[in-house]
Every structure is written in C-alpha cells, then in structure tokens.
Write a protein of this length. Structure first.
Length: 670
C-alpha cells in the first residue's frame, strides 16, 4: 500500500508522502504544486498549469476556484453541452494527482490518501470531497481539516511539545481559524473552529482586478463592468478578463514581498485596431486602502472566535499561518498585534497542510490521535421556521444529545422532524439535509405529548436521528447522510387547512335567558380557538328571519362587534340561516364549514333538511350543536356525520363544544 497526503486547495493543490521519515512532494512536471483548475475543450479535459495557460484563449471553457462551491448542488458549469459540478472538477484535479502519484511510486499498489478540507466545511462539503477522492482512484483513509493537518506537521517538528496552537488558514477561497491543543504525546484536540467560507485570496485578487479595470477606463475609456458595456464579443471579453485576473494574482503575490508592484502585460488586447499594453504601478498602500473591508472581515473572524470559548489570546502558545494568501503582510501584522507574539510561518505555507496530511496517512500514523469537533450546529425546525440546535458546534464527535419537544396543535397526530445544519435562528437559512414523519403519537391538547429527539453523530460523520413519543412508544430513526446530493426539498410540516366558516346562532325567544352566555362562547371561538389570520369567519343570528349578519372576514373586531349586537327575536327560521350561509360561502376557494347553534326546532323541518342536504352535497361541512331538550335525531341529520353533532345541556357547555370542533379540524391558533 502507498500512502499520500493531499491538500486539495482552492487555488493550488499539493500532494506529499513520507519516505524514510522525510517528506517528499509529488511533482507535476517540474512543479510541486498543481493549479486546481480545469479546462474542457473539444471533448478533452485539461487540468493544472496547462489549463491555466490556455484559459486566456478559452476563458468560457475554464473553471477555477471550484472548491468554493463544493457541496452546493445548485452550482453547475455548462461548457460545450456538458455539465460539470464542483465535485466533478475536484474529481478531475484529484485524478491528475492520482496519475502523478502512480508515476512517483512506480508500482501497482493501491494508494491510500488523507485529503484535507477547510475547518469550516460543512458535512455536505466533507462528503463530496470524499466522493471526489474515491472517484479519482484513491482509497480515502480520512477527510482531515487543514488546521489539524498544519498543527500535526508543526507539532512533529517540535518533538512532542505540549501547547495550544491557533491556526490562521487563509486560502484561495476560504478562511478558517482553529484552536488546537497538543498533549505532547501525539494527541490533538480541536478546541474551537470558526471562519468565513466565502473569504479568501480570490477576493483580494478581485480588488486588484477592480483597480486595473478602473485604470483602463480612465486611460482608454473602455468600461469592463460588463461584456455589453465593453463593446467586445463574449469570447473576447471573457479572455481579456481572464488575463486580467491572472495579472491581479501576480500583483498580489508581488506585493507580499515589495512595497509596490507593476501591473503589466505586453499586448494585453487589441482595441479598434490598436494594440493596448497595460503597465501601471500599484503600491501596497493602494492595496491596503482598497481591501480595507476584506481586511475588516478577516480581523473580525479572529476576534469573534474567542467569544464563546473559555480561552483568551493570552492562552495561545503559538500562532501558525497556513495557506498561500497568509503571505500577505497585513495578515502577519494583525496576528502579531492581536496575540502579542510573532506568528510561525517559517515552514513552506503552500506545503504545510499536505505534510501534516502525509503524517496522518502514513502506515505508522496509528500513534496519532485526533479529537475533532463539529464545525456547525445540527438541529431541527420548529413551528414558525425556528431552528432548535440539538448538537451544538464545537462538540467533539462521536457524540449524542437528546432534547424534548411537543405538539403545537390540539389533536395533532403526526410530527415532522426536519434536520438542519447551521447557526441561523431561522431554519430555512441553514442547510437542510432530510427528515421524516413520526406518526401514531399521543393525540391530546397542544403541548401535552412528550417527543424525545436524539441526534447521534459517529466518527464517520454519519448522523442518526431518532424520535420517540414517550407515551405511545411510537418511534422512528433514520440515518441522515449529510451530503450535497440530498440537499433538496424539505418535508413540509403538516399544514393547517384554510377554512371559511359561517357561524349561525339561534336568537329566537327561547334563547332570551342564555343568549349572553352563547355570545361569550362565540367570542371565545373567534379570539381563542380560531386562527383568524388563517381562517375567515362569517356570522348570522337568526329568529323568524336573519336579524344580524357579518360577511366573511379575518377581522376579530368586526366579527365580534356583530356578535355583540345580536338581540333575541321570535321564531326559529333555520332555513333562512342556511341560505345566508350558502351566500357567504358561495365564492370561497377554501374549505367550507357551517357551525349552527340552536336550542329548538326549525320553523320548517322539511325545507331546512333540504337545504342542509344541498349544502353537504356541495362539499360544505356542517357541525350542529343542540342545547337542552332538542330533537337530537333531527339535528344530527343536519350535520355532516354523527361525530359532527354535539349535544350540550345548556349554553354553558357551548365553549367546550366549540373547542372540540376547533381541535378536530385544526382551527386553533398555534
């Protein structure tokens, strides 16, 4: 078996192995670094330096910094009719490393690899990196975070020194910081991870690109803000912009060594039959001024990383710089000022991570113990799009945690467990990775059921989520493979059906002594039992005719004013009440419900029965409530089914009947 450590970088990748206790880097031609870029042209894939060289001619066929998008299932590149994902690009880069490694080892043995990732990569990005490594031909021993790899490399150089190391890793596309502790006996524990996955050297390159474009506009009058504004064709524009980006990268590297740098390239492009040569000076002060916002982001990440841990900058024994972009002078200057100590950057920053990965990959690496932590919190969605973390970030895995939850609706018989990863309080602003329904739960009032949810995270980065109802014993568990490919559509929480409701109240003479109690119950129905922001309610009081009415409304005030103004009359024209309800609900596109409350018989049983049957045939649900000595058989025949008829002794029981209806149809406020 051959062993290799791979730093799969945003800008450049490095591969390293150990021979007789000495590091040896895999060469790609004459170079020890491989540009992490790909070009697809004429059905052929080119990777590395050759692809980068051709990019100024075929910019539309070129992909760079794909690692920035690793794990994003929506990011695609379409080139000459072929679609590439970030994982595809990583696979091609790793395949090039695999070919070079086979040539280096000069045997047919398998190659076992440790591949590094930024500390702030989420589980989807970690998994996609492993998929790319396996597709390239490697046996992937481990996916290792870059700061851990860097710490291992440094610690071995120090011969087992016990210390806390703060890693500042500024790469091409990501920025990570980590605090690690070495016990001096080959055990490394991650104490903290933080970072900005969208901040890296590319962003600083873009600032220099902006300075160059501004210079071109001032001196030549050409606006490169867009292809349309430039006046160039799509291919010409893309090729010019690609060359300018390469110039910017060279300028940035030059400014790391000198106080000023020339941005120059002979025969940059032809404009209106005139050859345009670019040559102007950018000073380090120009660069610092233009990048002040980016530098502010860099500094804020380091400052906030100490907010939620029991350590201070003074507890740090050594600060280690990692990543090619960490060569920028402002990085060293800020780190020295913040930690009050010189950062360590004496080893080759471009190779350091690969060297640490090679140590872990080596067949004798079983003597090294790594205690890594979860980079992002994992939890579930609660009602109202709230995120409830169960496993908090920075927990050492493998780990497990259980939290208790309950229902939000009376009569709820199912709960949905949607799994998210992130730190935002709004669930849908985090990464969604799957979920499941738990049914057969205790049917009770909202807040009564006890649902225990357990998140168990193993050392292989597989999350198992278990939910159990402690009352019924109903349980379900599911492995949640945190991968980019399952970041699709979440399982929706059970939604309330939207109802338009016609409330019909008997106001005949027999209701004289109980009308005020009935009206109080109606007020409770509309203010406490029905979500008026979701449902609409209409009201009609009936005696010998409909004496008081209010059309469908979401307004609690409007409907309750109408209820309050109801007065008693004479007979019981129930037919007229149903007719007005039909008009109220005629144009409704929501579910339709009639609730009729009475303590007597209708003036005409036949006509009332006829219209009730008509309404039910139209899909309108009728719930009937009869009080006192009513004819239960007749009133229950008006209702949609037997379980939609409620008999109460007097109007004192009306509120309870309303509550049963609201719970049964999920009308209650959440």
């Amino acid at each position: 078996m051959n062993y290799i450590g791979i730093d799969l970088g945003t800008t450049n990748s490095v591969a390293c192995t150990l021979r007789n206790g000495r590091y040896e880097c895999i060469r790609f031609g004459r170079d020890e670094t491989l540009p992490s870029v790909m070009l697809y042209k004429d059905d052929k894939i080119t990777v590395g330096k050759s692809a980068k060289r051709k990019s100024v001619i075929y910019a539309e066929n070129y992909i760079s910094s794909a690692k920035t998008w690793m794990g994003d299932s929506d990011k695609l590149w379409s080139i000459d009719g072929r679609i590439f994902t970030p994982t595809d690009v990583a696979t091609e880069v790793l395949s090039e490393i695999y070919k070079a490694a086979k040539k280096f080892f000069k045997n047919d043995d398998d190659i076992e690899a440790v591949i590094t990732i930024p500390a702030y990569f989420d589980s989807a990005q970690r998994r996609e990196t492993k998929i790319a490594g396996e597709a390239a031909g490697f046996i992937v021993k481990q996916i290792l975070t870059e700061p851990v790899a860097a710490a291992v490399a440094y610690a071995f150089e120090e011969n087992g020194k016990k210390e806390k190391m703060y890693i500042v890793d500024l790469g091409g596309g990501t920025f990570d910081v980590s605090l690690l502790e070495s016990d001096g006996a080959n055990t490394f524990s991650t104490l903290m991870k933080d970072g900005d996955p969208k901040l890296g050297g590319d962003d600083f390159d873009d600032i220099i690109v902006g300075l160059i474009l501004s210079y071109i506009r001032k001196t030549k009058g050409i606006n490169f803000a867009s292809q349309e504004k430039s006046g160039f064709s799509k291919d010409e524009y893309s090729n010019i912009m690609q060359e300018i980006k390469q110039i910017a990268e060279n300028v940035k590297c030059g400014l790391s060594e000198a106080e000023s740098e020339m941005a120059e390239r002979i025969n940059l492009f032809t404009y209106r039959d005139e050859q345009y040569d670019l040559s102007f000076e950018i000073t380090r002060d120009d660069f610092l001024t233009a990048t002040s916002e980016l530098r502010g982001k860099f500094e804020s990440v380091i400052k906030r990383s100490f907010n939620n841990i029991d350590y201070t900058p003074a507890d740090v024994d050594r600060v280690i710089l990692v990543g090619g972009s960490a060569n920028m002078p402002f990085v060293r200057e800020f780190v020295e000022q913040f930690f009050d100590k010189q950062p360590y950057a004496d080893m080759d920053l471009s190779k350091l991570v690969a060297m640490g990965a090679a140590l872990i990959a080596d067949e004798e690496s079983d003597t090294i113990t790594l205690n890594d932590t979860i980079a992002h919190s994992l939890g579930i969605e609660l009602y109202g799009n709230k995120f409830s973390p169960i496993l908090e970030k920075n927990r050492v895995y493998p780990c497990s945690e259980t939290k208790g939850y309950t229902t939000t609706r009376d009569g709820q018989d199912i709960v949905t467990i949607n799994v998210y990863e992130g730190e935002n309080e709004e669930a849908d602003k985090n990464n969604f990775y799957g979920g499941f329904d738990l049914d057969n739960i205790q049917i009770a009032s909202a807040g009564v059921p006890d649902i225990q949810v357990t998140f168990a995270y193993d050392a292989s980065c597989i999350l198992t989520v278990t939910a159990i109802d402690t009352k019924t014993g109903s349980s379900k568990n599911q492995e949640i493979h945190i991968t980019a490919t399952n970041v699709k559509k979440k399982i929706e929480q059970p939604k309330q059906d939207q109802y338009d409701i016609a409330l019909l109240l008997d106001a005949s003479g027999s209701m004289y002594n109980s009308l005020s109690v009935a009206k109080d119950a109606c007020h409770k129905l509309t203010t406490e039992m029905i979500d008026m922001s979701l449902h609409q309610v209409a009201f009609a009081a009936f005696e010998s005719y409909v004496c008081n009415q209010c059309a469908l409304t979401h307004s609690e005030e409007k409907i309750n004013n109408c209820i309050s103004s109801t007065m008693c009359g004479s007979s019981t024209n129930m037919t007229a009440a149903f007719e007005i309800a039909e008009r109220f609900l005629n144009n409704s596109i929501n579910k339709k419900l009639i609730i009729i409350v009475t303590d007597g018989y209708p003036d005409s049983t036949s006509s009332t029965s006829t219209i009730a049957q008509k309404l039910k045939a139209k899909g309108i649900t009728i719930a009937a409530i009869g009080a006192g000595n009513v004819n239960d058989n007749y009133l229950s025949s008006l209702a949609t089914a037997k379980n939609y008829y409620y008999h109460i002794n007097d109007m004192g029981g009306l509120a309870a009947a309303f509550k049963s209806i609201a719970a049964g149809l999920a009308l209650k406020k959440q």
